[in-house]
Ligand binder design. Structure first.
Ligand SMILES: Nc1ncnc2c1ncn2[C@@H]1O[C@H](COP(=O)(O)OP(=O)(O)O)[C@@H](O)[C@H]1O
Ligand SMILES: [Mg+2]
Length: 260
């Protein structure tokens, strides 16, 4: 099971858009996928069109099992909604250091493992973000492609480094340019800077800025449900393939599901 935190403490960089559409792309490739909304704003929950199910809030408060919080979205895709009380988890005082390990433990408790678990992180480095970082075996960092995002990136790397130093062991970190405009010279320059720093960690596929990606969530749809033939859908299938290749491990995909 590859557990991937889609993380960047900067808001508006495309975390939710990437989690939504990459989850569906991986499911279309035949993998068993779980998408978890760990942002109290609940944007991923809304984008999947979920209404009021048991959410991650109940799981992190120890009131429900992760399995009972999973909702079916078809295509092999399961989703855990944020839940109304997720913000309160940030203010948990009891539990000491154990508070940061609850999501990891909940994932370990799953009876049916998934091929991929994607966690849509909040734009902060609080307790929810900590739960995601500790639970994750890898980080996927969406970067919008402007100079300000480079600034946020070095701060994020320091945060991740700090946690890794305490936990021991480095986790693979992948960067995806998530709102890329090839025609902009400064976007191309940002790409070069990131490539210099991350090398192979910068995934070859970039997600291009496309208005359909901003539209689909308002219909409770992924890009594959909204406009499956759009180049944005193509970008996400290629991104899924990048991630599978980057994992370097062969996993059994169900070819029938891949054709769905
Ligand atoms: N590649 C893209 N093309 C066009 N709009 C995008 C793209 N990626 C994200 N957006 C839009 O930008 C806004 C912020 O994206 P979002 O995924 O919510 O970021 P985050 O979760 O990091 O805050 C949303 O309105 C979203 O629809
Ligand atoms: Mg978001």
């Amino acid at each position: 099971m590859r557990t991937i935190a889609v993380i960047n403490q900067k808001g508006g960089v495309g975390k939710t858009t990437v989690t939504l559409n990459l989850s569906h792309a991986l499911a279309l490739r035949g993998y068993r996928v779980l998408a978890i909304d760990a942002d109290p704003q609940g944007h991923l929950t809304m984008a999947f069109g979920l209404e009021d199910p048991v959410g991650l809030d109940r799981v992190l408060h120890g009131e429900a099992r992760l399995e009972d919080a999973c909702s079916e979205a078809g295509n092999g895709l399961q989703i855990v909604a944020a839940g109304e009380h997720l913000q309160e988890v940030e203010n948990l005082n009891e539990g000491g250091a154990e508070r940061g390990w609850r999501l990891k433990r909940a994932l370990e408790d799953l009876r049916q493992p998934f091929d991929f678990v994607l966690i849509d992180c909040p734009p902060s480095a609080g307790l929810l973000g900590m739960n995601a970082i500790i639970a994750a075996s890898e980080m996927l960092i969406p970067v919008a492609g402007d100079f300000l995002s480079l600034n946020g990136l070095s701060r994020l790397m320091r945060i991740l480094q700090g946690v890794e130093d305490r936990l021991g062991g480095e986790r693979p970190k992948w960067v995806v340019l998530s709102r890329f405009v090839e025609q902009r010279r400064h976007s191309r320059e940002v790409r070069e800077r990131i490539r210099e720093h991350f090398g192979e960690g910068l995934l070859p596929t970039t997600i291009r800025e496309s208005v359909v990606l901003a539209e689909s969530p308002s219909f409770g749809q992924t890009i594959f449900e909204y406009q499956s033939r759009h180049r944005a859908a193509e970008d996400f299938l290629h991104l899924a393939d990048d991630l599978v290749a980057a994992g370097g491990q062969r996993m059994s995909a169900d070819p029938q599901a891949a054709q769905a």
